[in-house]
Design a protein around this ligand. Structure first.
Ligand code: ARG
Ligand code: ZN
Length: 846
């Protein structure tokens, strides 16, 4: 059944308090609940519950007829006529955490009890109004012989076998959490701005304590940053983080008790890469920032998900920019947005940041809701300015604390705080699709006219889309490299609009979309020389990087069609290598050529059919030419970037390593991965080791290294996930599917663990030419595994269906094979609602 935004109605009851009592056993956990309801409007009492064995139900102590349960609808409906104005609803249910392989609700991970309730997991725990606009303070009692018993809020009493927790802040059920297990904490404290001392704990399995330090440091930095940047203080006596191995997602912001996928907590130099460290810091921040943007102010309904997610991603991006390098962070974010969100927006799964219908909400935790949701806020900030943004946010926290809100509420605080009319801007939230911004230029007598046009292609269910507000940040760079116009924001509101600049001496080059000021694609004619000029002289780091990236993309596309191209790029790289030391991170970013997926996306956007093998060959060929031309400089830089002193997971250290590995990728093409072999043997950190291993795999000489890696890390699940991931990812395209099959047959391919499943399957789907093998073997392999996982874990299965979202762009042969694979999934008896929705949407567009 499809849920519609237009059907939302307020819940007719309020809750004064929710009391829960758990008696934990692996397969027969008892949950007793007492909920204090008060009627506030006409309507029956409707509660959600799924897969519960109901032992008893009562209103004010009087037993309720179990016939009120509508099993098929997963609802319990008590007629209003049978209810006084205020009453206590009581239930006792039995659930089976051990059998819960879907990892939604209460389940077991490595012998420890834990929960995941967002979005609709609480209904697997007990009868409840499982919707985000019903908020209540919770009192939770846990009976268990596990040594550590945790829930939300503050501890009331903790004794062996029993713990009581109280969370005074009203919250919806999706923020409920419970953890019980044999856990050890690393502990610290934080004193808030107003002097509240907060106890901090990061709980891990015994033996992992020495890997949790970076998570704790990140938490403390997050708490401090939110006070400084947003004036937001923490509001409980304790803040607990727990790391679990079996988790469908990255992490969850449960009030006072964040639960994390262990890969986003545990890190040492020997086991985690620079990328892992950066993600840990970013996600710890993200979940912590949800305490205000998500928890204190939550969503009225799940259509409003981007209200909390877009804003919290925006905040975690700001945090990372402040902790590390703002320029590098912006470029990384643009890369992710293009790779994940533009791809989503260009295909059958395209939807607006605020969708207006869905079948399964778990399928809408997407790049569009999260990353595009954050970009929309970035545009808003640019339009109203930093002070306007701060005023609007202050008003938001002030006006809506304790409420469940909508995108309309959010827009209104900006209108009220700044006096701006944002009616047109709101289309960014309601309309799907990535606008294409075309620019043509006219130059006469010192006057430059920029003619812009915006267009959004039709997306599922949305044909014509009116013009949006697009903030276009530009600068002008003179022919000798001087900036003749500093950053200026043009506000485009019409479908076609022109802007002129007078009094210019010589014709400048437009540095367009500085800072990536809007999530749009750009269509403009540019010569390779103009791109090289911007790459050498642009003052905006994003635009400068983009110029080099476009230069490389154009060369790769031309080469994939069999043309000769890339001389300007090769020359420009020479210039970059000459002064690499002035900005290590930037040089590394420019050396990394666009990936095969991005090349395919760009080719498809121009209306041509991408050829995965040709793209793969073009990219290798261009790397060979760059390596041959610049071998001495690359070799010098590779040596110069050798580690100095102990490993530090900070911006400087990771810049050195990323530059070193970028050089290694080129040099390996000349030395047959000899340097990679040496680096693998001697590197003291996982960043360099994994980088070296990837080169060895790509050059087909990794057997010994893989065996050594396995021998060393056999006992470490997270590190072995990397081992499972890099092999299908870096294998030659014609060997990737066979490699994945070989790994899948191993006993340690523990496919019910989402991290392990994703490592192998997503490793393969990220191997562009391997997954899109012309014989369809990649599609068939992935479909087989999705069919195997679906009955066990629908959520993770459904998410991974997005591997197929691009199939309509390929040739008829590939399309037919991919369709056949999807149709097999669609025909599977008992297919989950999650996967069924995804496959249906993809097939509709293929
Ligand atoms: N709110 C969590 C976060 O962004 C993610 C929850 C995802 N839940 C889901 N069912 N997909 O940190
Ligand atoms: Zn979030």
């Amino acid at each position: 059944v499809t849920q519609y935004l237009a059907d939302w109605r307020p819940y007719p009851y309020e809750i004064a308090e929710t009391r829960l009592e758990f008696s934990l056993t692996p397969n027969a956990t008892r949950v007793r609940s007492q909920i204090e309801f008060r009627r506030v409007a006409e309507g029956d009492l409707v509660l959600d519950g799924a897969g519960l064995r109901t032992v008893s139900l009562a209103i004010d102590g009087k037993p309720l007829d179990a016939g009120l349960i509508r099993e098929a609808e997963e609802k319990l409906v008590i007629p209003a006529a049978e209810l006084p104005e205020s009453f206590t609803f009581e239930a006792e249910v039995e659930i089976d955490p051990e059998a819960n392989t879907a990892l939604e609700g209460l389940y077991l991970s490595g012998g420890m009890f834990c929960t995941q309730c967002e979005a609709e997991g609480f209904r697997h725990i007990t009868w409840y109004p499982d919707r985000p606009d019903v908020m209540a303070p919770f009192r939770v009692t846990i009976h268990s012989d596990m040594p550590v018993l945790l829930s939300n809020g503050n501890p009331v009493s903790v004794e062996p076998g029993k713990a009581v927790w109280h969370d005074p802040w009203p919250k919806p059920a999706y923020l409920f959490a419970l953890v019980a297990g044999e856990l050890h904490a690393i502990s610290d404290s934080f004193t808030t701005l107003s002097g509240r001392k907060v106890g901090l704990n990061v709980w891990v399995r015994p033996g992992d304590e020495d890997r949790a330090g970076y998570a704790m440091e990140s938490l403390i930095r997050s708490m401090k940053w939110d006070e400084e940047a947003y004036g937001r203080e923490y509001d409980l006596d304790v803040f607990n983080i727990v790391a679990v191995d079996d988790f469908n997602i990255g992490a969850m912001e449960n009030k006072g008790l964040n639960i994390f996928n262990s890969k986003l907590v545990l890190a040492t130099a020997e086991t985690a890469t620079d990328g892992d460290y950066e993600r840990i810091e970013g996600v710890i921040g993200h979940e912590y920032f949800h305490n205000w943007t998500g928890n204190r102010i939550t969503c009225r309904d799940w259509f409003q998900l981007c209200l909390k997610e877009g804003l919290t991603v925006f905040r975690d991006q700001q945090f990372t920019s402040d902790m590390r390098s703002a320029a590098v962070k912006r470029i990384h974010d643009v890369q992710t947005l293009r790779a994940r969100q533009f791809r989503e927006d260009a295909g059958p799964l395209s939807h607006p940041p605020r969708p207006d219908h869905y079948q399964e909400i778990n399928n809408f935790y997407t790049a569009t809701v999260y990353e595009k949701g954050a970009e929309v806020i970035g545009m808003l900030k640019r339009l109203v300015g930093d002070e306007g943004y701060r005023a609007a946010l202050d008003l938001y926290f002030d006006r809506h604390d304790g409420q469940a809100c909508t995108i309309e509420d959010w827009i209104k605080v900006f209108e009220d705080a700044t006096g701006r009319d944002l009616a047109q801007f709101k289309r960014w939230y309601t309309d799907a699709g990535t606008p294409r911004l075309s620019l043509s230029e006219e130059w006469t007598d010192g006057r430059l006219t920029l003619d812009f046009r915006q267009h959004v292609a039709p997306t599922p269910g949305q044909q014509d889309k009116p013009a949006r507000v697009i903030p276009i940040a530009i600068g002008l760079i003179g022919p000798n490299g001087d900036e003749v116009l500093p950053t200026t924001v043009l506000e485009m509101t019409q479908e076609m609009q022109s802007f002129s600049f007078d009094g210019l001496g010589a014709r400048p080059v437009v540095s367009l979309l500085r800072g990536f000021s809007a999530p749009v694609t750009v269509a403009r004619e540019m010569t390779a020389d103009e791109q090289a000029l911007l790459l050498a002289h642009d003052t905006d780091p994003y635009a400068r990087w983009q110029a080099g990236h476009d230069l490389a993309l154009d060369a790769l596309i031309a080469r994939s069609r069999g043309e000769t191209a890339g001389m300007e790029l090769i020359r420009a790289i020479g210039g970059l290598l000459d002064d690499a030391e002035t900005d290590l991170a930037f040089t590394a970013l420019c050396l990394a050529l666009p990936g095969e997926e991005e090349i395919a996306t760009t080719i498809a956007a121009s209306g041509t059919t991408p050829d995965p093998e040709a793209i793969h060959a073009a990219r290798r060929g261009l790397m060979d030419d760059i390596a041959t031309e610049h071998e001495p400089a690359l070799a010098r830089l590779y040596d110069a970037m050798a580690p100095q002193g102990p490993y530090q997971p900070d911006a400087e250290g990771s810049a050195r390593r990323s530059l070193r590995l970028a050089c290694l990728a080129y040099l390996s093409r000349l030395d047959g991965a000899a340097r990679a072999d040496a680096l693998f043997a001697e590197a003291g950190n996982m960043t360099e080791r994994q980088g070296a291993l990837e080169q060895l795999i790509a050059h087909g000489r990794a057997d010994e290294a893989l065996a050594a890696f396995e021998a060393e890390f056999r006992g470490n699940r997270l590190v072995m996930d990397k081992w499972f991931m890099v092999q299908p990812l870096r294998s030659a395209p014609d060997a990737a599917v066979a490699k994945a099959g070989e790994l899948a047959a191993r006993p340690d391919f523990d496919w019910k663990n989402p991290n392990r499943f994703r490592a192998l399957i997503a490793g393969l789907t990220a191997n562009h030419a391997g997954f899109h093998a012309a014989d369809g073997s990649g599609y068939g392999f992935v479909a087989d595994w999705l069919m195997k996982l679906d009955p066990v874990n629908p959520q993770t299965t459904a998410r991974m269906c997005s591997a197929f979202e691009t199939i309509s762009r390929y040739d008829a042969g590939r399309r037919a094979k991919a369709r056949a694979a999807l149709e097999r999934i669609a025909a599977m008896p008992g297919l989950s609602r999650n996967t069924s929705e995804m496959v249906t949407r993809i097939l509709a567009g293929a």
